[in-house]
Design a protein. Structure first.
Length: 120
């Protein structure tokens, strides 16, 4: 991250609006450094950085869970790391794709949690 900021500083140095680019990079570095995915009692939650940008879904809304290889042409997915994503299809037809280094593990946890909710 520091390398990117350093290169940006060299590129923008001496230009009138150079500080604006640096501020934008700093804001992105604070808001989006890492994607955190949590499976809690009844909910799947994912958020970036400090949690200012957060989404969640009830586990009872999940229809299907699968592990997929990343598709570079899909725009509406959250791919942060890893070569695979966990695709979650909701009962209303919406699809959510979460990128992770541990896709198989996340899919198994979600399948176990949803199965547990369905059995109760």
């Amino acid at each position: 991250m520091m390398v990117i900021l350093g290169i940006s500083l060299l590129i923008f140095l001496g230009r009138p609006w150079s500080w604006l680019g640096l501020v934008m990079l700093a804001v992105c570095a604070v808001l989006f450094p890492v994607l955190t995915i949590e499976v809690t009692e009844g909910r799947l939650i994912w958020y970036f950085g400090l949690g200012l940008i957060r989404r969640d879904v009830s586990l009872t809304e999940i229809e299907r869970i699968s592990v997929m290889k990343k598709d570079r042409f899909r725009v509406w997915s959250i791919d942060v790391s890893g070569r695979h994503t966990v695709e979650i299809e909701l009962k209303d037809g919406k699809r959510i794709r979460l990128g992770t280094d541990r896709a198989e593990e996340l899919a198994q946890v979600l399948q176990d949690a949803t199965a547990l909710l369905r059995s109760t």
